[in-house]
Design a protein around this ligand. Structure first.
Ligand code: NCD
Ligand code: ZN
Length: 452
C-alpha cells in the first residue's frame, strides 16, 4: 500500500545551513497543518524541512499553506496537431502552472501520432525551451515491432482500444495481444483508455450526454477492463478515467493503478445538455457519479487526473453527434479540489495522495512530497481565496469549461525547482520545463484502504 504523505519535521539532508532559500509557511505534517520551513539548495532541491531553518534568502508566506506541486498524468496539448482552439505546449503548460500542476503526461494522439522515435524527438524539441512545467511524453505503439524502439525514448505508453481524436485504427485482436506482451518487458507505465468498442450501442443518434452514456455504456468499460486484467502480470498498467465504482473495484482487487477525472467525479449526465458535456468515456448518471466521489473522498481512488482535451468551442457547438469528445481541465482540476478542501468536503491528505504523491511515483519522479531530496516544486495556497471558475479567464485559448461558475481556489504561488513561476496568481516564469522519463520504478501504486 502506498505510504501516506508524511513529511517529518527536522529531517535534513546536507544540513539547513546550505539552503539557498527558505520558504516559510504552514504545511500538512503529522496529521495537521502546522508551521513549516522548507530549505531549497542551489540545484532547486529540497535540502531541509524543519521548524526553523537558516538560508541565504527567506520567503515568508505567513499562514498560507505550502503544498507539493501536482502531477497530472493525462493531458492532450495538441502539438504538433491537430489545431484545436489554439492550444499549444506553451499555453497548456502555462495553464498547468497556474492550476498548480508541475508535471504533465502528454498524450500521443496528436497529428501525427507519437508512434516513432523520430516523432518523440520532434515532440521533445517542441517542449524544450517552451514548456512552463515538466512534461513526460507518452508514445502509442502502432504494432508490436515498435515497442522496444519507443521504450528507449518515451516516458510511458498509451493504449487506446477504440478510435479517438488523432488515432483512427488502434491495434486490436492478436496485434494488441502482441503489443501487450512487448510492453510487459518494458519498465514504463502503460496507460489504457479502456472502452471496448464492440460493446458500444450506436442505435439512435445521440443528442445529449444521457444518450452518449447509453451509446458508450458502462459495460464497454467493464469488458475492456476485464480483457486487460488478463494481460501479462508484469505490465505496469494504469487505467485512465474509470467512471464507476464497479470497474474501479475490479481494478483495485488486482492492485493495479487507475485514475478518476474531475469531470467524472463532479459532473454527471444531469450537469448539462449540450456537447460541452460530451466526453469519452461518457459522464454517468448522478447516482453513479456520487458513488465514485464518495470512494474518491474515502481514499479509494489512487490518482486524480484531468484528461485535458481543450476542444474549440465552435466545434462543441456542432450538432451533438458531430461534436468532438473531451473537456479542458489541466488548469481547473486542482483548484476545484482545493475548493472542496476549503469547504471541508475533501480531506487535504486525500488530495495530496491522489494529485501529488501517487501520480509522481507512477511517473518515477522525485516530486510530489515536501521531502528532502525532492525537487522544490511547490505551491502556496490561501484557502480563504475562494473564487468562481470562468472559462474566459482560463489561460487555455479554448476559453470555456464544463465547470463554469464552480468554486475554485487557485494557488497564489507556484515554484519550479526553487524558482517562482506563478506570483499572485499570475504566470511570471520562464519556459524551463523539462522532458522527464521515469527515474525509478514506483512498485505497485495502490490505493489506500480508507481515509488518511
Ligand atoms: C480526448 C481528446 O480529445 O483528445 N477526448 C476525450 O473525450 N477524452 C481523447 C481521449 O482521451 O479519448
Ligand atoms: Zn485522454
Amino acid at each position: 500500500m502506498a505510504p501516506p504523505v508524511r513529511p517529518r519535521l527536522g529531517s535534513r539532508g546536507r544540513g539547513p545551513s546550505e539552503a539557498e532559500l527558505v520558504i516559510a509557511g504552514r504545511a500538512w505534517v503529522q496529521g495537521k497543518l502546522q508551521p513549516v520551513e522548507v530549505g531549497v539548495d542551489g540545484e532547486g532541491r529540497i535540502c531541509a524541512v524543519g521548524r526553523s531553518l537558516t538560508g541565504a534568502r527567506r520567503h515568508e508566506v505567513g499562514d498560507k499553506v505550502l503544498l507539493p506541486a501536482a502531477t497530472d498524468v493525462h493531458v492532450h496539448l495538441r502539438e504538433p496537431g491537430p489545431p484545436d482552439s489554439g492550444e499549444t505546449i506553451v499555453s497548456g503548460t502555462i495553464g498547468a502552472a497556474l492550476g498548480g500542476v508541475g508535471l504533465v503526461g502528454e498524450m500521443p494522439n496528436t497529428q501525427p501520432p507519437t508512434n516513432s522515435a523520430e516523432r518523440l524527438d520532434e515532440k521533445e524539441a517542441l517542449v524544450r525551451g517552451r514548456a512552463a512545467v515538466d512534461v513526460l511524453l507518452y508514445a502509442s505503439p502502432d504494432g508490436p515491432d515498435s515497442v522496444r524502439r519507443l521504450a528507449r525514448h518515451a516516458g510511458g505508453f498509451k493504449i487506446f482500444l477504440s478510435p479517438t481524436t488523432g488515432i483512427d485504427r488502434p491495434p486490436t485482436g492478436p496485434e494488441l495481444a502482441a503489443v501487450l506482451v512487448g510492453l510487459a518487458e518494458v519498465d514504463l507505465p502503460v496507460t489504457v483508455h479502456a472502452e471496448e468498442p464492440t460493446r458500444f450501442r450506436p442505435r439512435a443518434t445521440p443528442s445529449d450526454p444521457a444518450m452518449w452514456d447509453a451509446a458508450r455504456p458502462v459495460e464497454a468499460e467493464e469488458a475492456a477492463v476485464a480483457r486487460l486484467l488478463e494481460a501479462p502480470a508484469s505490465l505496469r498498467l494504469h487505467f485512465a478515467h474509470l467512471t464507476t465504482t464497479a470497474v474501479a473495484r475490479a481494478v483495485r482487487t488486482r492492485h493495479l493503478c487507475f485514475e478518476a477525472t474531475a469531470h467524472h467525479l463532479l459532473l454527471s449526465t444531469s450537469s448539462g445538455g449540450d456537447a460541452r458535456w460530451k466526453v469519452n468515456p461518457p459522464l454517468r448518471p448522478e447516482a453513479e457519479r456520487a458513488a465514485l466521489w464518495q470512494e474518491y473522498r474515502n481514499g479509494l481512488v489512487p490518482v486524480l487526473a484531468s484528461d485535458h482535451a481543450p476542444h474549440e468551442i465552435e466545434r462543441k457547438r456542432l450538432p451533438f453527434e458531430l461534436a468532438p469528445s473531451g473537456v479542458p481541465g489541466v488548469e481547473s482540476t486542482v483548484p476545484l479540489m482545493l475548493a472542496k478542501v476549503a469547504r471541508g468536503e475533501l480531506a487535504l491528505p486525500v488530495l495530496l495522495q491522489t494529485a501529488c504523491d501517487r501520480p509522481a511515483r507512477l511517473f518515477g519522479q522525485p516530486v510530489g512530497r515536501l521531502s528532502v531530496g525532492h525537487r522544490a516544486n511547490l505551491l502556496v495556497v490561501d484557502f480563504r481565496r475562494r473564487t468562481r471558475l470562468r472559462g474566459e479567464r482560463l489561460r487555455s485559448p479554448c476559453g470555456w469549461t464544463p465547470f463554469e461558475d464552480a468554486e475554485v481556489v487557485f494557488p497564489v504561488e507556484h515554484w519550479r525547482d526553487g524558482e517562482r513561476i506563478v506570483e499572485e496568481g499570475e504566470y511570471v516564469g520562464r519556459p524551463g520545463g523539462r522532458v522527464v522519463r521515469p527515474e525509478f520504478a514506483p512498485g505497485a501504486v495502490r490505493p489506500a484502504t480508507g481515509p488518511a
